[in-house]
Design a protein around this ligand. Structure first.
Ligand code: MG
Length: 171
Protein backbone atom coordinates (compact mmCIF):
# COMPACT_ATOMS: atom_id res chain seq x y z
CA UNK A 1 0.00 0.00 0.00
CA UNK A 2 1.42 3.39 -1.01
CA UNK A 3 2.31 5.60 1.89
CA UNK A 4 -0.08 8.48 2.62
CA UNK A 5 1.47 11.88 1.77
CA UNK A 6 0.59 13.13 5.26
CA UNK A 7 2.53 10.27 6.88
CA UNK A 8 5.37 10.84 4.43
CA UNK A 9 5.55 14.50 5.45
CA UNK A 10 5.41 13.60 9.16
CA UNK A 11 8.21 11.04 8.82
CA UNK A 12 10.34 13.49 6.86
CA UNK A 13 9.82 15.98 9.69
CA UNK A 14 10.75 13.29 12.23
CA UNK A 15 13.95 12.53 10.28
CA UNK A 16 14.77 16.23 10.65
CA UNK A 17 14.06 16.09 14.40
CA UNK A 18 16.40 13.14 14.82
CA UNK A 19 19.12 14.90 12.81
CA UNK A 20 18.56 18.08 14.83
CA UNK A 21 18.95 16.05 18.04
CA UNK A 22 22.13 14.45 16.64
CA UNK A 23 23.55 17.88 15.86
CA UNK A 24 22.63 19.24 19.30
CA UNK A 25 24.31 16.27 20.98
CA UNK A 26 27.40 16.96 18.90
CA UNK A 27 27.31 20.55 20.18
CA UNK A 28 27.22 19.10 23.70
CA UNK A 29 30.34 17.06 22.84
CA UNK A 30 32.03 20.37 21.98
CA UNK A 31 31.04 21.84 25.37
CA UNK A 32 32.39 18.85 27.30
CA UNK A 33 35.61 18.73 25.25
CA UNK A 34 36.14 22.43 25.99
CA UNK A 35 35.96 21.87 29.74
CA UNK A 36 38.00 18.63 29.54
CA UNK A 37 35.28 16.29 30.76
CA UNK A 38 36.25 13.54 28.33
CA UNK A 39 33.91 10.94 29.85
CA UNK A 40 30.84 13.12 29.35
CA UNK A 41 32.09 14.03 25.86
CA UNK A 42 32.43 10.34 24.99
CA UNK A 43 28.93 9.60 26.28
CA UNK A 44 27.46 12.45 24.24
CA UNK A 45 29.31 11.21 21.16
CA UNK A 46 27.48 7.89 21.56
CA UNK A 47 24.23 9.78 21.96
CA UNK A 48 24.99 11.67 18.74
CA UNK A 49 25.58 8.37 16.93
CA UNK A 50 22.32 6.94 18.27
CA UNK A 51 20.34 9.89 16.92
CA UNK A 52 21.98 9.49 13.52
CA UNK A 53 20.91 5.84 13.60
CA UNK A 54 17.31 6.88 14.43
CA UNK A 55 17.26 9.25 11.47
CA UNK A 56 18.68 6.55 9.20
CA UNK A 57 16.10 4.04 10.42
CA UNK A 58 13.23 6.36 9.47
CA UNK A 59 14.98 7.30 6.23
CA UNK A 60 15.18 3.60 5.28
CA UNK A 61 11.59 2.98 6.31
CA UNK A 62 10.35 5.74 4.04
CA UNK A 63 12.40 4.35 1.15
CA UNK A 64 11.12 0.82 1.87
CA UNK A 65 7.56 2.13 1.64
CA UNK A 66 8.29 3.73 -1.71
CA UNK A 67 8.05 7.20 -0.17
CA UNK A 68 10.05 10.29 -1.05
CA UNK A 69 12.70 11.41 1.42
CA UNK A 70 13.08 15.17 1.74
CA UNK A 71 15.99 16.38 3.81
CA UNK A 72 15.34 19.73 5.43
CA UNK A 73 17.62 22.31 7.03
CA UNK A 74 19.06 21.50 10.45
CA UNK A 75 19.06 24.50 12.81
CA UNK A 76 22.37 25.70 14.23
CA UNK A 77 22.90 24.22 17.70
CA UNK A 78 24.51 26.01 20.63
CA UNK A 79 27.55 24.79 22.56
CA UNK A 80 27.04 27.42 25.26
CA UNK A 81 25.90 25.96 28.57
CA UNK A 82 26.08 27.26 32.13
CA UNK A 83 26.90 23.94 33.75
CA UNK A 84 26.94 20.17 33.31
CA UNK A 85 23.44 20.05 34.81
CA UNK A 86 22.25 22.61 32.22
CA UNK A 87 23.45 20.32 29.43
CA UNK A 88 21.44 17.38 30.74
CA UNK A 89 18.42 19.55 31.42
CA UNK A 90 18.56 20.67 27.77
CA UNK A 91 18.99 17.03 26.67
CA UNK A 92 16.00 15.94 28.74
CA UNK A 93 13.82 18.73 27.30
CA UNK A 94 14.91 17.77 23.80
CA UNK A 95 13.99 14.12 24.39
CA UNK A 96 10.61 15.09 25.86
CA UNK A 97 9.88 17.18 22.74
CA UNK A 98 11.00 14.30 20.57
CA UNK A 99 8.65 11.93 22.40
CA UNK A 100 5.77 14.36 21.77
CA UNK A 101 6.77 14.51 18.11
CA UNK A 102 6.83 10.71 17.72
CA UNK A 103 3.50 10.49 19.52
CA UNK A 104 2.15 12.93 16.93
CA UNK A 105 3.31 10.75 14.03
CA UNK A 106 1.88 7.69 15.78
CA UNK A 107 -1.46 9.41 16.26
CA UNK A 108 -1.57 10.38 12.59
CA UNK A 109 -0.74 6.82 11.51
CA UNK A 110 -3.56 5.61 13.75
CA UNK A 111 -6.06 8.01 12.17
CA UNK A 112 -5.00 6.80 8.72
CA UNK A 113 -5.01 3.08 9.65
CA UNK A 114 -1.36 2.85 8.59
CA UNK A 115 -0.52 -0.35 10.48
CA UNK A 116 3.00 -0.71 9.05
CA UNK A 117 3.97 2.75 10.31
CA UNK A 118 2.38 2.04 13.71
CA UNK A 119 4.47 -1.13 13.93
CA UNK A 120 7.66 0.67 12.91
CA UNK A 121 7.08 3.50 15.39
CA UNK A 122 6.63 1.07 18.27
CA UNK A 123 10.42 0.73 18.51
CA UNK A 124 10.76 4.53 18.69
CA UNK A 125 8.17 4.80 21.48
CA UNK A 126 10.08 2.23 23.54
CA UNK A 127 13.36 3.98 22.74
CA UNK A 128 11.96 7.32 23.97
CA UNK A 129 11.01 5.80 27.34
CA UNK A 130 14.63 4.68 27.64
CA UNK A 131 16.04 8.05 26.50
CA UNK A 132 13.97 10.08 28.96
CA UNK A 133 14.75 7.69 31.80
CA UNK A 134 18.50 7.87 31.10
CA UNK A 135 18.52 11.67 30.93
CA UNK A 136 16.47 11.98 34.14
CA UNK A 137 18.71 9.53 36.02
CA UNK A 138 21.91 11.21 34.86
CA UNK A 139 20.54 14.67 35.65
CA UNK A 140 19.61 13.36 39.11
CA UNK A 141 23.16 12.13 39.72
CA UNK A 142 24.68 15.41 38.51
CA UNK A 143 22.37 17.40 40.80
CA UNK A 144 23.22 15.04 43.66
CA UNK A 145 26.94 15.70 43.06
CA UNK A 146 26.14 19.41 43.19
CA UNK A 147 29.27 21.49 43.84
CA UNK A 148 31.34 18.44 44.76
CA UNK A 149 33.95 18.42 41.98
CA UNK A 150 35.40 15.03 42.94
CA UNK A 151 31.92 13.46 42.68
CA UNK A 152 31.52 15.04 39.25
CA UNK A 153 34.90 13.66 38.18
CA UNK A 154 33.87 10.18 39.35
CA UNK A 155 30.72 10.52 37.27
CA UNK A 156 32.83 11.72 34.35
CA UNK A 157 34.90 8.50 34.56
CA UNK A 158 31.76 6.37 34.66
CA UNK A 159 30.29 8.11 31.61
CA UNK A 160 33.30 6.88 29.60
CA UNK A 161 32.06 3.29 30.05
CA UNK A 162 28.95 3.68 27.92
CA UNK A 163 28.68 0.63 25.63
CA UNK A 164 27.91 0.79 21.92
CA UNK A 165 24.26 0.88 20.96
CA UNK A 166 24.56 -2.60 19.46
CA UNK A 167 25.71 -3.93 22.82
CA UNK A 168 22.61 -2.61 24.60
CA UNK A 169 19.43 -4.67 24.73
CA UNK A 170 16.88 -3.27 22.28
CA UNK A 171 13.47 -2.33 23.57
MG1 MG B 1 16.05 9.79 18.65
Amino acid sequence: MAIDPKIQAAINQQINHEMTAAYNYLAMVVYFEQINLAGFAFWMRKQHEEELAHATKLFQYLLDRGGKVELETIPKPSSEFGSVADVFQAALSMEQQNTASINGVYSLAKQLDDYATLSHLQWFLDEQVEEEKTMEETLGLIRFAGDDKSALLTLNSQMANRPDEGAQPEG
